[in-house]
Write a protein that binds this ligand. Structure first.
Ligand code: ADP
Ligand code: ZN
Ligand code: MG
Length: 477
């Protein structure tokens, strides 16, 4: 039998606010000693009161607006009660029946050129819990992460394969970074996805019971974990056994899923309105201000790079992988005023290599868009040749100098004086009669050797095409 795979994702996105969602503790605790970024509020001591961080709400509004969700004029916080050591209050402050935003969709491109529109059910803000770990047979708790703001975003069951789920997560990460609301680093837990998975016979319209996969920490793991779970469900179905609504935990080291628990029901959480916080009100003016600050989104910009600059889709996709890179590319195009595809090639090859090697973001490059444009103009005008241009890319950054300054100071300009080159070529031919004879006898591959000699004598500054033209004249005379 043919099966259809049904997947819905629940993602948690850690917002990059400076302070926590209900207190003024700093969120900058990566690498800090445990329990050094805590206060009575986020430790849940009796008698304290939470105060909502406006920046967290605003960042969540940005994402809501970017996916076309309806930001609610009034939403409420709720207490989700459960007992776990990393949750000192005994409840998590979250949103429940009246979340910040409803609806919207994230449209993701698929490999075959189609797109998939994944409807969003809801988006809300909540606080994160702490972390526990086992060490020498003891259970240790770090509360630093308690109260860090999160967005929870829940999709409808619209994804149809492990690859689509991976693509969704990739595009969501791209979007939250693009909007500047999260670092989106999965290894640091900034982006966490729980996958809900079921299968059904192809053509069916009902939904079968699902399982929920937790603890996936990378996009590849999400794809692998879902694929494993689909195999398991198909085996069960073929044996006529039911799929039970378990919660499964992905073991990234073993690459296997383990049953964590039977699914808890909503009633287990005894949700009720958070009495210590006012309703969250978002008025039109606030909404309009946030909406006005939303930049052109990644896929729209990708499409524009294709139509406006004539780039291939793959190049446009790479250039829009990060907003800063897209900005860098466009600023260079504007400064250069030449062929944008040429700029794209240089940015995607030489500039990106420099970024990767130096682990820099495009804003940190001292090879600014203006300097890259100037370098490309030197190349176009024939002042330097391509190998020199490639060598200049890391040097302009390292030395923080304009390319023409380096070219002048070091005499890197091409030897373009044809008389000089001709004299050098004549001397070379005269000095190597054996090679000349072999060339004339048909060993045309020697041309490379002759050109190489001249390039060496000029320390790479000759225009290789011009050298070849002169040599051919001399050798074939
Ligand atoms: P529950 O609360 O019972 O876990 P929800 O209806 O709240 O289920 O949905 C949670 C997530 O699971 C959503 O992302 C939703 O799209 C997805 N989902 C719901 N039903 C299914 C199903 N049968 N197969 C796959 N995903 C599903
Ligand atoms: Zn605190
Ligand atoms: Mg639910």
């Amino acid at each position: 039998m043919d099966y259809e795979i049904i997947i819905g994702l629940e993602t948690h996105i850690q917002l990059n606010t400076r302070s926590k969602i209900f207190c003024t503790c700093s969120t900058d605790f990566w690498g800090a000693a445990p329990n050094t970024h805590v206060c009575p509020v986020c430790m849940g001591l009796p008698g304290v009161l939470p105060v909502l961080n406006r920046a967290a709400v605003e960042k969540a509004m940005r994402l809501a607006l970017a996916i076309g969700a309806e930001v609610q004029p009034v939403s409420y916080f709720a207490r989700k009660n459960y007992f776990y050591p990393d949750l000192p209050k005994g409840y998590q402050i979250t949103q429940y029946d009246m979340p910040l935003a409803l609806g919207g969709a994230l449209t993701i491109p698929l490999d075959d050129g189609r797109t998939r529109t994944v409807r969003i059910r809801k988006l809300h803000v909540e606080e994160d819990a702490g972390k526990t770990k086992r060490e020498h047979g003891r259970r240790l708790i770090d509360f630093n992460r308690c109260g860090v703001p999160l967005i929870e975003m829940v999709t409808e069951p619209d994804l149809r394969s492990p690859d689509e789920a991976a693509q969704y997560l990739y595009r969501l990460r791209q979007l939250v970074r693009w909007l500047g609301i999260s670092e989106g680093d999965m290894e640091k837990g900034h982006l966490r996805a729980d996958a809900n998975v079921s299968i059904r016979p192809k053509g069916a319209t009902y939904l079968n019971p699902k399982t929920e996969i937790k603890n996936v920490n990378s996009i590849d793991d999400l794809r692998d974990a879902i694929a494993k779970e689909v195999e398991r469900q198909i085996r069960l179905m073929e044996q006529g056994k039911p799929v039970e609504p378990w919660t499964l935990e992905w073991d990234e080291h073993a690459g296997v899923l383990r049953k964590m628990r039977s699914k808890e029901t909503e009633a287990d959480y005894r949700y009720f309105r958070e009495p210590d916080l006012l309703p969250l009100e978002v008025d039109e003016a606030w909404l309009a201000r946030v909406r006005a600050a939303i930049p052109e989104l990644p896929l729209a910009r990708r499409a524009r790079f294709v139509s406006e600059y004539g780039l291939g889709l793959a190049d446009a996709d790479l250039l829009t992988s990060e907003r800063a890179l897209a900005d860098y590319f466009e600023a260079t195009v504007r400064a250069y005023r030449g062929d944008a595809r040429r700029v794209a090639n240089w940015v995607l090859n030489d500039v990106r290599r420099l970024l990767n090697e130096a682990r820099l973001s495009p804003e940190e490059l001292r090879l600014t868009p203006e300097r890259l444009a100037a370098l490309l103009r030197l190349l176009d005008e024939g002042v330097i040749n391509t190998p020199t241009a490639k060598r200049l890319i890391p040097r302009v950054h390292a030395e923080d100098q304009d390319p023409d300054a380096i070219v002048q100071a070091e005499g890197l300009a091409q030897v373009r004086d044809t008389d000089t080159l001709r004299a050098m070529c004549e001397a070379l031919v005269a000095a190597h009669p054996k090679e000349v004879a072999r060339y004339r006898a048909g060993k045309k591959g020697l041309m490379g050797w002759f050109v190489g000699q001249i390039m060496r004598q000029t320390r790479g500054k000759a225009d290789p095409k011009e050298v070849q033209r002169i040599l051919r004249e001399l050798l074939e005379a």
